[in-house]
Design a binder for this molecule. Structure first.
Ligand SMILES: *Cc1c(COP(=O)(O)O)cnc(C)c1O
Length: 385
């Protein structure tokens, strides 16, 4: 019997930080400053520096960050925003919350990121913005998307919720995600590479006007107190979450390196396994971008109906090996988006990938022995099926 492998264990890498986090949380209790405050100011400074942008604005979640970004751009009812269908729900729901219309683009089979050419085909006179997602920690094709956005005068908003620290080639240099579009959106949900102990998010931008507007939006458009310049939301982040993030931030690069090592080890362990040939697709090698591996997803071939993938998942669960499906459907298939009138197979790559994809354990502290158990489990399944 092989070792059990959790899909995700958030306690391993933070165990050494527990005491210092508790101490700082206790200091916040004594300080009486619970919402925004110095911890959040420090977080914003660190994040701006880390991403290589002029401004970072912390907020209550990645979902609210996306909403605030579209509010800052004055999205109007009826405006169209191009988003990938293969992403987390919030990328599209932010558009709908403002009365806009999400227009779903397909993904590239290799990167699993938005297909820029499909996005280009979907631009209309009502299109206001494109929101590429840096899915699973890998940067979208930002240079090509910028060309499209420029040609049609569209805003480019990055959904960087899964990709803090990821880099891509950008006009002759490497840039971090969140520094390429007009606004970058981050999430600090516990499962992200920099996760807090609750909800949290942030926005990045180089534009001082947008930064000012985002800060206004975060606090009900109020400046000074009880004078509302615009209609905003309560998008504030609390000091407890700021403490956790400030304690963790200095370790982010080391944890990212760990994720990259784990990904490399998966490639090595899977290499040359005959039983997997033509049956299991590993993530395609990166191009010029540098991936931070929020997820390591494989695709099970010949599983157009999803059954083989689901059977593999059950087989591994039996061996106490945790896996997850990100995402089992494209957003265009969701009940709440049926009014947009997409046929399921209208986005063929999204449709195919969603039926065959499986996320394997990857997190700082995952051991070689555990990785071997994952790979052996998968190989055993394909020998028997
Ligand atoms: C997690 C996530 C979000 C939403 O972030 P929350 O902090 O959970 O609201 C948005 N987009 C993507 C791609 C995500 O993975």
């Amino acid at each position: 019997m092989s070792v059990p492998v959790p899909f995700l264990d958030l306690s391993r890498h933070v165990s050494v930080l527990k005491d210092s986090i508790k101490e700082k949380l206790s200091a916040v209790v004594d300080s009486g400053i619970f919402v925004l405050g110095p911890e959040i100011v420090q977080l914003e400074k660190q994040l701006a520096e880390y991403c290589g942008v002029s401004y970072a604005i912390a907020c209550s979640s990645g979902s609210e960050a996306l909403l605030m970004a579209l509010m800052a751009l004055d999205l109007q009812p009826g405006d169209e925003v191009i988003v990938p269908s293969f992403t987390f729900f919030a990328t599209a729901s932010a558009v709908v919350r403002l009365g806009g219309r999400p227009v779903f683009a397909d993904i590239c089979p290799d990167s699993l990121n938005m297909d820029p050419e499909d996005a280009a085909r979907k631009v209309t006179s009502r299109t206001k913005a494109i929101i590429p997602v840096h899915l699973f920690g890998r940067s979208a094709e930002m240079e090509r998307l910028e060309q499209i956005a420029k040609a049609h005068d569209l805003a480019l908003i990055e959904d960087a919720a899964q990709a803090i620290g990821a880099e891509a080639a950008w006009h002759g240099e490497m840039k971090r995600v969140g520094a390429m579009g007009s606004i970058g959106c981050f999430s600090f949900y516990p499962t992200k590479n920099l996760g807090t102990m609750g909800d949290g998010g942030a926005l990045t931008t180089n534009d001082p006007e947008i930064a000012k507007k985002l800060e206004l939006i975060r606090g009900h458009g109020m400046a000074p107190r009880y004078f509302h310049k615009i209609v905003g939301i309560n998008g504030r982040l609390d000091a407890f979450q700021g403490v956790v993030l400030n304690e963790k931030f200095p370790h982010l690069d080391e944890w990212t390196k760990d994720r990259q090592e784990i990904a490399k080890r998966y490639f090595e362990l899977f290499a040359g396994r005959r039983e997997l040939e033509g049956r299991l697709q590993l993530p395609k090698p990166e191009g010029e971008e540098r991936c931070v591996w929020n997820q390591f997803c494989v695709c099970v071939s010949d599983a157009a109906d999803g059954h083989l993938r689901d059977r593999l998942m059950a087989f591994l669960a039996e061996k106490k090996i945790g896996t997850m499906i990100y995402y089992p459907f494209g957003l265009h298939e969701q009940e709440c988006f049926q009014y947009l009138d997409y046929a399921p197979e209208e986005l063929p790559v999204t449709y195919r990938v969603s039926r065959s994809i499986l996320a394997l354990p990857i997190f700082p502290g995952l051991t070689l022995e555990e990785q071997e158990a994952v790979v052996e489990g998968i190989c055993a399944f394909f020998r028997e099926n």
